[in-house]
Design a protein around this ligand. Structure first.
Ligand code: G4P
Length: 284
């Protein structure tokens, strides 16, 4: 159904950059998308950065379910990492993240020297797949807009070191997305926009999304399009949404591509409420 064949050379360059930057880092900010913490976690990034203390950042918590965020934070803390739900775009959780970063460094210094130098700036390396909000988070912490080199999923960005007023230095890294074997993971990444839409079968993706929404947020789905969703298969639902939104071609056929873009766009903007698509107990 979907094609996951994109990358090589820039992947290798990105990985080399990641390894090089790692040496200077005191702590890793591993950025995940709070709506899909399992699928947005990259095992290879995890493997490369494993030797450093880690804070798992569940970003975009303005779009994810609060109770699910708490479960994921507890899950990562049980695994030995610190974790915090953040909305980089709104600034939620950013103070807590900074506090955790300082805590991680001081714990390390105390362990090594038996003392803690609270004046030392923490160097945090920000890692994660494309589109999880690394640049937005760096801007939120630094309180300024840094230059963004490229923001297309799958396209690498040049390394940047950002100094902040919070005794925190941030190392930006390229958003790397290694190919995924699992169709399910690929689909979740596609739903949140971490894969270029050009690579996707948007109609199949939107039908699959509607099936999930009928379980997770049926009332909001019906309300968004002013339709009765009960007893409808997802394809029929997509067609009803198309009628409601005028996605009809001149020849009176349904414009599946247009309606699919509307449904996916509405999900990505949070129009169906705060939704988490994965829970720790189902995936870990
Ligand atoms: P990246 O560096 O990891 O690639 O991600 P970046 O900061 O560029 O953010 C990707 C998109 O996610 C941006 O949307 C950004 O505004 C959005 N975003 C980042 N943090 C948050 C958050 O906490 N909540 C919400 N709701 N959105 C967030 P965009 O500019 O529309 O870009 P695109 O999605 O059209 O590529």
């Amino acid at each position: 159904m979907m094609n996951s064949n994109w990358f090589p050379k820039h992947m290798r360059t990105s990985e080399a950059l990641l390894r090089k930057n790692l040496k200077a880092a005191d702590v890793i900010f591993e950025i995940l998308d709070a709506r899909i913490p399992f699928c947005s976690r990259d095992e290879r990034i995890d493997l490369i950065t494993r030797e450093k203390p880690r804070i798992v950042v569940l970003n975009k918590c303005d779009l994810s379910d609060d109770e699910s965020d708490r479960k994921w934070v507890a899950h990562y803390e049980k695994m030995g990492a610190k974790s915090v739900a953040v909305s980089a775009i709104r600034g939620t959780g950013v103070k807590k993240l900074i506090k955790l970063a300082h805590g991680a460094l001081h714990a390390k210094i105390s362990k090594l020297h038996g003392i803690s130098d609270r004046k030392k700036a923490v160097v945090a390396m920000v890692v994660g797949i494309p589109n999880v909000g690394k640049s937005t988070l760096i801007n939120a912490i630094a309180g300024k807009k840094k230059t963004k080199i490229a923001n297309k999923p799958g396209v690498t960005k040049v390394k940047q070191r950002v100094t902040t007023h919070r005794q925190l230095e941030l190392l930006d890294t390229p958003g790397i997305l290694w190919p995924r074997e699992s169709e399910e993971i690929f689909e979740s990444l596609a739903l949140i926009g971490a894969v270029k839409d050009e690579l996707l079968d948007l109609e199949t993706l939107s039908i699959s999304l509607l099936a999930k929404l009928m379980n997770l947020a049926p009332a909001n789905l019906g309300k968004q399009y002013q339709i009765d969703i009960h007893g409808q298969p997802s394809l029929a639902l997509l067609e009803r949404i198309a009628m409601k939104r005028g996605c009809i071609r001149k020849n009176k056929n349904i414009d599946y591509m247009r309606v699919s873009r509307i449904v996916l766009g509405d999900f990505r903007k949070g129009k169906f409420g705060k939704i988490t698509l994965e829970m720790p107990e189902d995936n870990c």
